[in-house]
Design a protein around this ligand. Structure first.
Ligand code: FMN
Length: 308
């Protein structure tokens, strides 16, 4: 989670039994190395954005050589140029996918774990499919290819019920992003927490607006799911033909970033936002959702047995 998941958050997730990922995102090695130190030797991984990494390939090399992550997740773009280096380093290669074609590619390049991302997910993704139909389709594809590659579900999962549902669909685990925005260790200012806690989950939209505002030239198929705000509503349908418009957009955005003004800065958020009711320590959150999932699965199992 770009700018949100630093070393401390990843440390707490891993120490509670999950796998924390530090946001290597666009490949800023200095930021990554700084956050790596905050993980204090805990078993954590790093996530990178593949199309951006292709402009900074040295970042991956340095991360593998100097930081030695337990896992590397590649998302958004062709993983092929990087897969070999990750695999030969001994790190677990996780590839986040949105489509069947992406999944075929991920299996071809030797992914150890497929992370299947539905369109409900916060942050970047596609409008392709929701998690509910996507997961079984990908689980079936992996089975058809006679692979044992675990499938991890992502997108719209924010509590133990979501985890239980993902397991019922055939997933082997889940990846949660948005829910960790509201944790004590996330690199989020208090205003950002308040905005997330106030959200119902009905106000998210997929958009290019923030990418235009910060000059990130994402491939067109990837939009970012964010909480709608005044800024997004104003610019969502703009064509940016006039460069003056782009200048206003960027000026307003940069000013708001400094002031943590979330009427302007879009918050990357899942449709699960309304399920987040408090800010809590990340380790407690991991423990809570695991016991919620166990309780849900036990309840369902007992229900099935009592009807026999
Ligand atoms: C604030 C935020 C930032 C994100 N940044 C990244 C990123 O830098 N790289 C990436 O692969 N995915 C990123 N994602 C998407 C996550 O990898 C994941 O697909 C998503 O959070 C899962 O859905 P959920 O938000 O419903 O839990 C981000 C998500 C959020 C909420």
């Amino acid at each position: 989670m770009e700018g949100v998941s630093g070393g401390l958050l990843a440390h707490e997730v891993s120490s509670a039994g999950g796998l924390g990922l530090i946001a290597g995102s666009y490949g800023d090695y200095e930021w990554l190395a700084h956050e790596w130190a905050n993980a204090a030797g805990e078993r954590v991984g790093i996530g990178f954005i593949s199309w951006a990494l292709s402009r900074q390939p040295a970042t991956l090399r340095r991360a593998l050589d100097e930081l030695d992550p337990v896992a590397v997740m590649l998302s958004f773009g062709d993983p092929a140029p990087f897969a070999g280096a990750v695999l030969s380093s001994g790190a677990i290669l996780m590839i986040q996918v949105q489509t069947i074609a992406d999944t075929q590619r991920a299996l071809d390049v030797g992914a150890d774990v497929i992370v299947a991302q539905g369109t409900e997910a916060g942050g970047h993704g596609t409008t392709n499919r929701a998690t509910m139909p996507l997961i079984p389709a990908i689980v079936d594809l992996v089975a058809e290819r006679n692979k044992n590659t675990p499938v991890v579900a992502s997108g719209g999962i924010a509590d133990g019920r979501g985890i239980a549902a993902a397991l019922a669909l055939g997933a082997d685990g889940v990846l949660m992003g948005t829910r960790f925005w509201a944790t004590a260790e996330a690199l989020v200012p208090a205003q950002g927490w308040s905005a997330m806690l106030a959200a119902t989950g009905e106000e998210t939209v997929r958009t290019h607006v923030e990418d235009f505002a910060r000059g990130r030239d994402w491939p067109h198929q990837y939009t970012s799911r964010v909480l709608r705000n005044r800024f997004v509503d104003h610019w969502q349908d703009a064509s940016f033909d006039a460069s003056a418009d782009l200048q206003i957009l960027r000026h307003d955005y940069e000013k708001a970033l400094v002031n943590h003004d979330y009427d302007v800065v879009p918050i990357s958020s899942s449709q699960s936002a309304g399920l987040i009711r408090r800010v809590e320590p990340a380790a407690d959150l991991v423990t809570t959702v695991i016991s919620e999932a166990e309780a849900t699965l036990t309840r369902l199992y007992r229900g099935v047995c009592s009807e026999r």
